[in-house]
Write a protein that binds this ligand. Structure first.
Ligand code: SF4
Length: 266
């Protein structure tokens, strides 16, 4: 990789997300440790979350802090046992029984994640939500097979687009990598891992109706239940999101007046 991509700019050169994953892992992983920026919970009925550092996509709508773009500057290394301890502490403080890893891409650092899941599986916690862009689960079926050993994970696969062109425009990744999250979905189904699919599909400012139909068709071909359970999202105006949109040359109107509801929950 000639230069490490930070954020999308007009005329950017699309990158290979697998290559970017490997480059990012060199920064955010040290043995089975990986970098996190924070651990906290959100009150009773909520969820204790570990916020990871570093991603293999560069979505222009991303809300994650600057540790996504500059992972070498942010975060601290945690072993799986230390990360589990921080998650448990946050969960106990607020009396919650759900854990999650979010922020950037939690599937980077496979050794760390699998060791952490082992600890979660043997704990009192009920469920472990794993939020992913699906790139690495699509690229390596064995990663999903390894994941299927555990009882507690529930995966939330976040799709970025309904066709390859829109995928590249929004994420910076090469159009051929558009297929990877769909392969991830097939792998999760084949190995019986609990999951659902989400995506930035309810925002008419960046997604056309035609693209939504394309995505719905792709999902229905795999399993129609995926369309019914689809969790639609819209862009929120976080400071980092606004800066990334600006750098990509986009200017959106706020607040959002109307959102799609074809297969979103609203
Ligand atoms: S939205 Fe998710 S997949 Fe996209 S850059 Fe941010 S953390 Fe990575």
């Amino acid at each position: 990789m000639k230069t490490y991509p930070r954020f999308i700019t007009p005329g950017f050169e699309p990158f290979d997300p697998i290559e970017l994953a490997r480059e990012t892992e060199k920064i955010i992983c040290r043995g089975n440790e990986r970098k996190y920026t924070a651990f906290y919970a959100t009150g009773v009925g909520g969820i204790a979350t570990g916020y990871t550092c570093g991603c293999c996509l560069r979505c222009f709508f991303c809300w994650v802090d600057w540790s996504r773009d500059f992972p070498e500057r942010f975060g601290k290394f945690y072993s799986p046992a230390e990360a589990f301890e921080k998650l448990s502490e946050a969960a106990h403080k607020y009396g919650v029984r759900k854990l999650r890893i979010s922020g950037a891409e939690p599937t980077l650092g496979r050794e760390h994640l699998l060791a952490l899941l082992e600890l979660v599986d043997n704990s009192e916690f009920d469920i472990f939500i794993l939020e992913t862009n699906g790139i690495l689960f699509g690229a390596d079926e064995n990663y999903v097979k390894d994941l299927s050993r555990f009882k507690k994970p529930h995966v939330r696969v976040s799709l970025k687009a309904g066709n390859p062109e829109a995928f590249t425009r929004r994420t910076g990744a090469k159009p051929e990598s558009f297929e990877l999250p769909f392969r991830a979905i097939r792998n999760l189904l084949n190995y019986g891992v609990s999951f659902h699919v989400a995506g930035m599909m309810d925002d008419p400012r960046i997604v056309s109706k035609q693209e939504r139909v394309e995505l719905a068709k792709r999902l229905a071909e795999i399993d129609p239940r995926l369309v019914v359970a689809f969790e639609g999202e819209v862009i929120d105006p976080y400071e980092t999101t606004l800066a990334r949109l600006k750098s990509a040359g986009l200017s959106l109107k706020w607040p959002l007046k109307e959102r799609y509801s074809l297969f979103g929950k609203d």
